[in-house]
Design a protein around this ligand. Structure first.
Ligand SMILES: [Zn+2]
Length: 178
């Protein structure tokens, strides 16, 4: 096969490159998709990664990918110069606008940085049967990315309750890394 000159010396494409789409790219179907399509992508990828690399690695990859997404989301859609209460209000609005979920801040200790957040109607897991494990690893990374981006401190969010563990909301504990 002949070399494609357009592919030579091409820079490595990043998340932000693929997110640059024309607003009316889907002029008839529009900007939204059913949750089932999102979950089909998420859980097929989950299954494939777990089969190829094992479950622990799959979880790590989902967290890392979520972190990239959260960092991108914060930079693109959130104003990190806002003080905490305004920032969290803006975050709540944006997560609802994008139909990711309904965020509540149960606790945010400004001294330690420790936060407890809940997401109801979560796109990833709301309505799932009892599976005996938390499944929102992508969200763990997503929230970590947003909090890290906002505070400038490295955050880790861990899901402690989930629809898949029999709860009606997803609850995340978020802490600044030691
Ligand atoms: Zn969940």
């Amino acid at each position: 096969m002949e070399d494609n000159i357009f592919l030579k010396n091409k820079k490595e494409l990043k998340l932000a490159d693929y997110m640059q789409a024309q607003e009316n790219g889907r002029e008839n179907l529009g900007a939204e998709l059913p949750v089932a399509v999102y979950r089909l992508l998420e859980y097929s990828l989950r299954e494939e990664l777990a089969e190829q690399f094992g479950k622990e690695e799959q979880i790590r990859l989902f967290r890392n990918a979520g972190f990239r997404a959260g960092t991108y989301f914060a930079r693109k859609y959130l104003d990190s110069s806002l003080e905490l209460s305004e920032f969290t209000a803006q975050l709540q609005r944006k997560l609802e606008e994008f139909k990711i979920g309904v965020l509540r801040i149960e606790k945010f200790d400004e001294d330690t940085g420790r936060a407890v957040l809940t997401v109801s109607e979560d796109a990833d897991c709301s309505g799932l049967p009892l599976l005996g494990e938390t499944v929102c690893n992508y969200d763990e990374g997503f929230l970590s990315g947003i909090l890290t981006s906002y505070t400038g401190k490295s955050y880790t969010a861990t899901e402690v309750n989930c629809w898949a563990t029999g709860d009606r909301v997803c609850r995340f504990r978020a802490d600044i890394d030691e």
